[in-house]
Every structure is written in structure tokens, then in C-alpha cells.
Design a protein around this ligand. Sequence first.
Ligand SMILES: O=C(O)C1=N[C@H](C(=O)O)C[C@H](O)C1
Length: 292
Amino acid sequence: MLSEQNLKGIYVPVVTPFQTNHTLDLASFESYLKHLLVHDIDGLVINGTTGECPTTNWEEVTSQVEIAKIVMKQLNKRVPIVIGTGTNDTLSSVKRTERAGELGADAVLVVTPYYNKPTDKGVVEHFRKISEAGVPVIAYEIPGRTGIRLSVDAIREILELPQVIGLKDSSGGVELVSELSRHGSKPVLCGEDLLFHASLSQGASGGMLASANLNTSKFIDVYNRYISGEVSESKKQFDELVPLIRLLFQEEPNPAPLKWILSELGWIESDSVRLPLLPISDPLKEEIRKHI
Ligand SMILES: O=C(O)C1=N[C@H](C(=O)O)C[C@H](O)C1
């Protein structure tokens, strides 16, 4: 199980590969994981935004977790598994969290409830109920996707819940991580890929980064160099990653660009995404080709 003591380093949110008819492609998932798990990453995230959680069902999540366990066994490697279980319905999130626990999740990733615009107090209660399911919780603040921005006080209250082990911060800046770490906080993982290095310098303990599916060893190097005090070399390495990170997020929505690259690399069979997402445009493909 993950805990606040070991929530650090590079966590990679994985894509959910689909066949061209949009059904789950478990063969691709298996071969993709075999490529990814060559690297010494600190955790895998299944059913995050990158895993297209708005359009997957629980059966599909279960199959992916089972495949991940099989691949890890084959590779004789145990990497913590984080499962995305957060929805905007507290009861459903609790049930998913309990099921994730039964599947052997090391932690769950729970996004701030989106769309129904609860108050800070309601969101704290949402996390309290989910945390009572007995599985370590990583709270996930991403106002750009959820439509609400929590106050720092509400985030502190959530982080004080005993089963909440840390925060994934995609708040859009480094003010939050800076404010939390200034007063001593449970670990904060950066979830805003372009801000990874800046977040480390403000006290983040690592990153949960879709872009780390590519150039994985370089992301690990950025992190390792940073924590061993080689700050400027770490920044230099990170700067080299920036152009591709921009292309993964700024033109068309994650994970469509990433899936296209993974399919070009032959790691997954198809770049298929489920509606309302669409495969990326030809101009973006041309642009990305210059960087891979
Ligand atoms: O799947 C995730 O978890 C992530 N999602 C973010 C997003 O798509 O907004 C990006 C981050 O790299 C990880």
C-alpha cells in the first residue's frame, strides 16, 4: 500500500488502448505495459484522465488491473497501482474505491467532484466518506477540468483526513504547492506536466505525468537529479522535454496525442479514443513527427 511516507517520484498514468471498433484492447495494454515497466517508475495510474475514465466501465478497469498484475509478475517487478475512482457522485465513488481495494489497489486517485458545483464543505465531506473505505486516497485538484477551485483551507482539511495520503496538484500554477509545503504538508505530486520542474522547486514530491509515458527515463532522471541536488542539470534535461509536452496538451485533448504517438511507436495497435474525444488532426501529427 502507498502511504504519505512513500508517495514520491514518477507516477505514470496509462492509456486505455481500444481497437478500431472502440472495444478494449487488452493485448495492446499488455505489450504497452511491457515497454513501460522496463523503467523504474514509482507507480502506475489506471483509469485516470489519460485512461479515459469518463468513458470506461468498471469491468474494463478490472481487466486492466488484472493484466498489470500479470505483467508485473512476468517481469518480476512490483510497481504500486493507483486506480482512478473519483466521480461526482459520493456513493458511487465510495463503491468504486471499495472495489479498487478488493482489486489490490495501492491507492486510489479521487478527483474533486465536477459539474454539480458543491461547496468546499460538501467536497470535504465527499472525501471523508471515500476515505472511510479503507484504501489510501490521493486527492486530485484540477479546476480546469472540474469547474470548481477548492480553497487552500479546504485542501488542508482534506489532507488532514487519516486515509488521504497526498494531493495531485493540477491547479494550473505553483502557488498551491508552494503554500502547502511552506506550512508542512502531506506529499504533493505535480499533475501539470509543463510545471513539473517548477513544482519540484516549490516542494512537490514528484509528478503524476501523462507525458512520462514517453521519454520515461529522462523524466526519472529529471527527478533523481533534482533530489540529489543537481538542480540546473535537472532543469536542462526538463527543458528538452518541454516542446513535446506542449504538443501533448496544448492543441488537442489528452490522451489523443499520446495515443497516436504510442500507436506510431507500435506500443499499441490503434490510436482509437472514445467519443466525444477524437483522434488527432493531420496538422498536429505533422507537428509531433518533428519531435519523435
Ligand atoms: O491521467 C492523469 O492522471 C493525468 N491527467 C492530466 C490531464 O489529462 O489533464 C495530465 C496529467 O499528466 C495526468
